[in-house]
Design a protein around this ligand. Structure first.
Ligand code: AMP
Length: 215
């Protein structure tokens, strides 16, 4: 199965995409994770992407499309995949469609996690992770035993630079302006599956699985 996860930053698509990929044994590919890794390792890609990411802007289409094309050419997408965070613009969606048409493959569904802005801001403001082992935390639902310290490894908890309040606002605007139009792109192709993204992660996962008819 070839799936795309859509949704505003903080809609829970990363969590749900990882869980679903494990359940149906396909590759989970998050462009945000790939870019963060590249920034951490100071690769050429990371150097190009860093400034955009820190400002909550999208990395230019040409850079990100090339990244996905490389993945496709390498063959890692051949046995099914869940794309998380790509496509994020209409040109990216068009490039993806062209890539898969050429390869005789297709997207089966685009899953949209629907969450309103108020909830998104609350979630992103409470999101922290361990600077050593990357374990995620969510205030106030999933807090560490000791304030600011990772339960798993004792590392220091930090906030993603793009989860700072002023950057969150920009990321939401960018989502509405540049990413939301791709909901229509997939709706017109009858590929869009909208799932209410509020509630406990388990409940949301059950909704996705039921809607896709997976047991
Ligand atoms: P995410 O973890 O998906 O929220 O992505 C973090 C940041 O990486 C975004 O705010 C963008 O700056 C960048 N990014 C990730 N995926 C894409 C994409 N498909 N197109 C452009 N920029 C992206």
């Amino acid at each position: 199965m070839n799936l795309i996860f859509l949704g505003a930053p903080g809609s829970g698509k990363g969590t749900q995409a990882a869980r679903l990929a494990e359940k149906i044994s396909v590759l989970h590919l998050s462009t945000g994770d790939l870019l963060r890794e590249a920034v951490k390792d100071s690769t050429e890609l990371g150097k190009k992407a860093k400034g955009y990411m820190e400002a909550g802007e999208l990395v230019p289409d040409s850079i990100i499309i090339e990244l996905i094309e490389e993945k496709q050419k390498s063959g890692v997408l051949g046995k099914g995949f869940i794309l998380d965070g790509f496509p994020r613009t209409v040109p990216q969606a068009e490039a993806l469609e062209a890539m898969f048409n050429q390869a005789g493959s297709k997207i089966d569904y685009a899953i949209l996690l629907d969450v309103d802005d108020e909830e998104i801001i609350k979630r992103l403001s409470g999101r922290m992770y361990c600077s050593d082992c990357q374990e995620p935390y969510n205030y106030p639902i999933n807090m560490p035993g000791q304030e600011g310290v990772c339960d798993k490894c004792g590392g220091r908890l930090v906030r993603r630079p793009d989860d700072e309040p002023e950057v969150i606002k920009n990321r939401l605007e960018v989502y509405r302006e540049q990413t939301q139009p791709i909901e229509d792109y997939y709706r017109k192709q009858s590929l869009l599956v909208a799932i209410p993204g509020t509630g406990r992660p388990d409940e949301i996962f059950d909704r996705i699985v039921k809607k896709l008819g997976i047991n």
